[in-house]
Structures are given as structure tokens and as C-alpha cells.
Design a protein around this ligand. Structure first.
Ligand code: FES
Length: 148
């Protein structure tokens, strides 16, 4: 990665960290989930309003490092207005990206998430970047379980 791109990506990450998008809690949301990063004890909460299989709104809250909070901010930004299954597909693409695998983003818009690509080179930080996404998956699968 060129150092200019690297610098640009760092700026995008810091912008999300300092000016988080969708920070807070949806009080009457249909889905709320908390997840800890076992390696550091940091915690993230994702709340969403899901209606007819679509994520109408999403917010995050919690404590964590710049990578985890920036990733949560970017995640909420990307999943609002997506059908739940598309959000899960995006989560898989992001997970592949974090593991340094080839990923097929197809028609999905990665947007600012691309700025986190470099995290894949730092294995200790991958859990930070994927924390919000794991919370999203946990919330969706637990909710599915409830309905069965
Ligand atoms: Fe705790 Fe990154 S160090 S989430």
C-alpha cells in the first residue's frame, strides 16, 4: 500500500473515531446486543431497529480503542437501510478482508470500511476491528433463534 493511501486510510479511521456516526442507543429498538472483546475487556453495544427484514436504524455504544470504535461507526453507517441478509454478507466480506483473504464485495458498497484493510497485518488488532460485526451477527442469530 502506498504511504499516501495509508495516510488517507488513517485519516478516515481517526475521523470516525473522533466524530463517530450513529453513536448512542436506540431505546425502543428491536434488537440490542452487547459483546466483549475477551483479549482486552472492551465492550460494544449495538442496537438496531429491524423491520420487515430490513435494518431501519442502527447505533453503537461502548468503550474500546480507536480501531474498534471507528469500525463500529463505519459498520452502522454501512448497514442502515440494508436488508439483514445483505448486512450479514457485508460482515463476511469484512471478516475475509480482516483475515487478509481474497474477498468478493460484488455489489456491496464497502465505502469507508476499506480504510481498515491495513488492520489485517496486525493480528492482535483484528478482534478490535471485528468486534462490532461479531455483535451484529450474534444479535441477528440470537433473534432468529427466538423466533423459531
Ligand atoms: Fe480493546 Fe481494541 S484494544 S477493542
Amino acid at each position: 500500500m502506498s504511504s499516501n493511501l495509508d495516510q488517507l486510510y488513517r485519516q478516515v479511521i481517526m475521523d470516525h473515531y473522533k466524530n463517530p456516526r450513529n453513536k448512542g442507543v436506540i431505546e425502543d429498538g428491536s434488537l440490542t446486543v452487547n459483546l466483549n472483546n475477551p483479549t482486552c475487556g472492551d465492550r460494544i453495544q449495538i442496537s438496531m431497529d429491524v423491520e420487515d427484514g430490513k435494518i431501519k436504524d442502527a447505533k453503537f455504544d461502548g468503550e474500546g480503542c480507536s480501531i474498534s470504535l471507528a469500525s463500529a461507526s463505519m459498520m452502522t453507517q454501512s448497514i442502515i437501510d440494508l436488508p439483514v441478509d445483505e448486512a450479514l454478507r457485508l460482515s463476511k466480506v469484512f471478516s475475509d478482508m480482516m483475515q487478509g483473504k481474497e474477498y468478493d464485495d460484488g455489489d456491496l458498497d464497502l465505502g469507508d470500511l476499506e480504510s481498515l484493510q491495513g488492520v489485517s497485518k496486525f493480528p492482535a488488532r483484528i478482534k478490535c476491528a471485528t468486534l462490532a460485526w461479531k455483535a451484529l451477527e450474534k444479535g441477528v442469530y440470537e433473534k432468529d433463534g427466538e423466533q423459531q
